[in-house]
Design a protein around this ligand. Structure first.
Ligand code: SF4
Ligand SMILES: [Zn+2]
Ligand SMILES: [Zn+2]
Length: 328
């Protein structure tokens, strides 16, 4: 098999693009897909200050490296969740990665705020991933606000987006379907959220990480329950094998025609945001979700107290999908 561009021996076959590339041409293909994804939806410009969530997984590291190679002003944020058997290794991978390439890195520990995830899991009755996600989004937004970053970038790829779109469709969740896409505009107190790898599959990102010699974080979170997304991703792998290119068609068709239809009928987001009296984050409730979780966890540890958040509290990071469109 020959490289489509230079006719050298191909190393990566891409049936969905009806192509195969040698390593050098594949890296060029990857870069062009990222810039195209950014430009098509106006995700960001070189004058934006970008904060990239670094979980330690290949997608987040590939995102950071590629944005930096393309000249974006990007800083990494890693959130150490304090999960035994997973978090220390993820953090070490991120720290080595940033040291190797000379990237700026901010690390936040949820334990420093009394919210090591195993403690949170003990205290709350809800599924831990939704609570963990809320804590991470809160810290991500807070670090952005405090550090003057106006764009938050995550490493979600095409497979993540299509699995989420399928999940939202199976539930006919009008609100989520109206909001899903590579960019969520900034709202009062929340930075813009972008997914610059949305045109690239997991397979393509894995090849990029391999060819760039990126070390990956292999120890999955022990609380991971990604069964439904894994099922949907497996379904799409089977479909894509039989119908190459269908995944991208489905997602692009949704962005071009489906989303506007849902936006036309989904109830408008009429939430009025005001600063949380406890931590200052924008919220539509009397106290924000993060402060409610913190109060619950600390109150349980010290009965009779409700714990107030540190003004300079810190951040979090994950390998799993963020299923919330608003990310608030
Ligand atoms: S799987 Fe992800 S979201 Fe769930 S608890 Fe672990 S790190 Fe948090
Ligand atoms: Zn080539
Ligand atoms: Zn709060």
């Amino acid at each position: 098999m020959k490289c489509r561009r230079c006719h050298a021996e191909a190393a990566v076959a891409l049936p969905s693009h009806n192509s195969a590339f040698c390593p050098e041409c594949f890296l060029d293909f990857f870069s062009r897909q990222v810039s195209r994804g950014i430009e098509e939806h106006g995700l960001m410009t070189k004058s934006d200050r970008v904060l990239a969530a670094l979980s330690g997984g290949k997608d987040s590291l590939a995102l950071m490296l590629e944005l930096s190679r393309q000249g974006y002003d990007v800083t990494g944020l890693h959130i150490d969740l304090g999960i035994p058997g997973s978090s220390a290794e993820a953090r070490a991978v991120v720290e080595r990665f940033c040291a190797r390439f000379g990237f700026r890195l901010i690390v936040r520990e949820t334990a420093a705020e009394g919210l090591a995830i195993p403690d949170v899991k003990e205290a709350v009755k809800r599924p831990i991933c939704s609570v963990c996600g809320k804590i991470k989004r809160h810290i991500f937004n807070r670090v952005a606000r405090e550090g003057g970053f106006n764009v938050l970038a995550t490493g979600h790829n095409l497979d993540d987006e299509v699995a989420r779109l399928t999940s939202n469709t199976l539930r006919w969740d009008m609100g989520y379907l109206a909001d899903q896409g590579p960019m969520l505009e900034d709202t009062e107190g929340f930075a813009r959220k972008v997914k610059p790898l949305w045109r690239l599959t997991e397979y393509e990102t894995a090849n990029y990480a391999f060819l760039m010699g990126l070390e990956n974080h292999y120890a999955p979170c022990p609380y991971s329950q990604g069964a439904s997304f894994s099922t949907l991703k497996s379904m799409w792998i089977g479909l894509e094998e039989k119908m190459p290119g269908r995944k991208m068609h489905f997602y692009q068709g949704f962005l071009a025609r489906g989303r506007s239809a849902f936006r036309a009928v989904a109830p408008a987001d009429s939430e009025i945001l005001a600063p949380c009296p406890s931590c200052g984050s924008p919220t539509s409730s009397d106290v924000c979700g993060y402060c409610r979780i913190r109060s619950l966890v600390l109150g349980r540890r010290h009965p009779g107290t409700s714990g107030s958040p540190q003004a300079d509290g810190t951040a979090a990071g994950c390998q799993e999908l963020d299923t919330s469109p608003a990310g608030k």
